[in-house]
Design a protein around this ligand. Structure first.
Ligand SMILES: [Ca+2]
Length: 629
């Protein structure tokens, strides 16, 4: 990062923005010649493609030899590819908030995916963070509105409940945006209240392209912002059968580490949908006055065995503290300005889009005496991002010394509460649980294998001080010590209820192995990620009265993964269970699996041990209930 003086002015604070979005896009009118002329005089259109969970190396143009992305690769060949693009967070909602506002998630107090993980017995208690984008924040749509833009959000929103949808942030059109972090189904019926179901078998990624093309066509006479946050390629992994079959065959010749056929099929459909939009822009004569951004909201998901993906040379993935969690692809096509096929190695972050687009909208305007579009100053503090225009134009100077992350939460992807700073080639991670530091030189060690913190204490001190000062400046919320921390206590012994029944909850499980874990509430509340047949779990419990108990389980299992043989063992008694396919890991059914006899009161251990695992995972197990007969 250059340390020279910036040529990009940051404008002073200004008054409130007027919200002036009254356009309607549902009925396209034929364009008149004068309207087209007016459109040619106006600032360029923006298409912002935000893919969900797409890893930095999930594209052909970023190094994948398994996934096929010809349209996106072509887009890269026509624009600039950023080789060190970062998401503002290792998970979804905070990055989306940063894209919308140009502010750090820490400043907005939107620091985890909504509604986040709960880990009530962890070492630290997470702060009381904000689970929506406040109305007073100026969104991308509101920032561009004074320059005459009409805006649509088509796809996943995930920034709060019904009163915080895109319509509340200056978007005239919202299709499919809600508080949902993933689609219940990629095939119609979608079960998303903000998008109507299509014909049976319609695929959501295709439908999002249909709607986007309709919007573009209807808006061709005026500058528009198409915010296109895709549901793909987030779980559930669901794709067109013929594409899965194509990649299943390809995977046989492709030992990995990227070789999940369903994920590859989802990426191909994503690529097709991008290709369709690009063709539509050509057809409508809009391609040369539309600036396209293509990126992702966090790193690729690597948490499960056999995928969905691998971030190749980057360490870990979504939900981790490491580069795999926050490095994302970024392509910018700006015809006539960005050199085709160029790359840029300057680190950038999600916070930079808003100032970039605001500057592009302004500089591309005819030299009229209208007031410049000011950067938003409303809401909580000022914009943190820096305009990328000097990098895109390859002229002028881009100045920024440091980038920051703050994640005071826990995630199954590996993160414990942490902060991080990148300055030049250096990245320092601070782990809030124990104030431990890790220091990496990303130029020499892009895979973050060698922690240099103990060898370079002055550098650690310098970066830690900057990180601390930044947290104070943005008002970052910190986690606090947790009185309910169970870290140094023996596993709690589960005792019978007043009626003698014993409920073994997922949250109390003891796990044995490398993948299986407790996945917390509110959405999961289950023993999950049971992707290895060698992993097993157990509960210790108390029996206060001898007798025979019926055993009931609450299990779920994804389509096609049923049939695992699992033993529920207490002492020398064993109940054999064949896991039932329930159509989804979170689709739980109650099943009575047999009886256990306890000859005397005392402490017992129930172990749950798989013997086979024909599908991607053994099962999700929410509860085991022992009821005295
Ligand atoms: Ca995501």
């Amino acid at each position: 990062m250059s340390t020279a003086r910036s040529l990009v002015p940051i404008r002073p604070a200004s008054g409130l923005f007027a919200m002036a979005l009254v356009a309607c896009f549902v009925s396209a009118q034929p364009s008149s010649a004068s309207a087209l002329d007016a459109a040619r005089q106006s600032p360029p259109n923006f298409v912002f493609i935000l893919v969900d969970d797409l890893g930095a190396t999930d594209l052909g143009c970023t190094g994948s030899t398994f996934y096929e992305t010809p349209h996106i690769d072509k887009l890269a060949s026509q624009g600039m590819r950023f080789t060190q693009a970062y998401s503002a967070c290792t998970v979804c909602s905070p990055t989306r908030a940063a894209v919308m506002t140009g502010k750090y998630p820490a400043r907005l107090h939107i620091t985890d995916w909504i509604a986040g993980h709960k880990r009530p017995t962890a070492r630290l208690k997470v702060p009381d963070w904000t689970m929506h984008l406040p109305h007073e924040e100026v969104s991308l749509a509101e920032a561009l509105a004074p320059a005459g833009y009409v805006s649509a959000s088509i796809g996943k929103w995930h920034l709060g409940g019904p009163e915080f949808r895109p319509e509340s942030q200056g978007f005239a059109l919202n299709v499919a945006g809600s508080d949902k972090g993933q689609p219940p189904s990629y095939f119609s019926p979608y079960r998303i209240s903000t998008i109507s179901d299509g014909p049976a078998g319609e695929y959501l990624t295709d439908r999002e392209a249909d709607v986007a093309i309709e919007f573009v066509e209807a808006s061709r006479d005026k500058p528009f912002l198409l915010y296109w946050p895709r549901h793909a390629v987030h779980t559930p992994l669901q794709a067109k059968p013929e594409l899965i079959e194509k990649y299943r065959r390809k995977a046989e010749q492709h030992p990995g580490p990227q070789n999940n056929p369903t994920y590859a099929a989802m990426i191909e459909s994503l690529d097709d949908s991008v290709g369709r939009l690009l063709s539509a822009l050509e057809k409508f004569g809009l391609a040369d006055r539309t600036v396209i951004f293509f990126t992702s909201d966090n790193g690729g998901l690597t948490i499960q065995k056999n995928g969905p993906t691998s971030n190749l040379g980057l360490r870990a993935g979504k939900g981790s503290t490491y580069e795999g969690g926050t490095r994302v692809p970024l392509i910018v096509r700006w015809p006539g300005t960005v050199a085709p096929g160029s790359t840029c190695g300057v680190p950038m972050m999600s916070i930079d889009y808003l100032p970039t687009m605001v500057e592009i909208a302004e500089v591309s305007r005819p030299a009229a005496p209208s007031p410049p579009t000011p950067l938003p100053r409303r809401g909580n503090g000022s914009v943190d991002g820096v305009s990328l225009v000097p990098l895109l134009k390859q002229s002028g100077t881009f100045t920024r010394e440091t980038l920051y992350w703050h994640y005071p939460h826990y995630h199954p992807g590996g993160a414990t509460p942490y902060g991080a700073i990148r300055q030049g080639d250096w990245k320092l991670i601070e782990f809030y649980e124990n104030d431990r530091h890790e220091l990496f030189n990303l130029k020499d060690d892009p895979e973050e294998k060698q922690n240099l913190a103990n060898q370079m204490t002055p550098r650690v001190a310098e970066l830690a001080a900057k990180l601390d000062a930044w947290r104070k400046e943005v008002g970052a919320q910190m986690p606090s010590s947790n009185n309910d921390w169970d870290g140094q206590l023996p596993a709690a012994l589960i005792v019978p209820a007043a009626n003698g029944s014993i409920t073994l909850h997922a949250r109390d499980v003891e796990t044995h192995g490398t993948s299986v874990r407790y996945e917390p509430q509110p959405y999961k509340n289950t023993v999950g990620y049971w992707t290895k047949a060698d992993d097993w779990v157990s509960w210790d419990f108390q029996v206060t009265e001898a007798g025979t108990f019926s055993v009931e389980i609450l299990q779920g299992c994804g389509k096609g993964s049923g049939g695992s043989e699992v033993d529920f063992v207490v002492g020398n008694q064993s109940l054999k269970v064949v896991v039932q396919d329930t159509g989804g890991f979170q689709e739980f059914v109650r099943r009575e699996i047999g009886q256990l006899r306890f000859e005397k009161p005392g402490r017992y251990t129930l172990s749950v041990r798989p013997k086979t695992k024909p599908g991607v995972a053994v099962m999700d197990l929410r509860q085991v209930v022992l009821t005295k007969k």
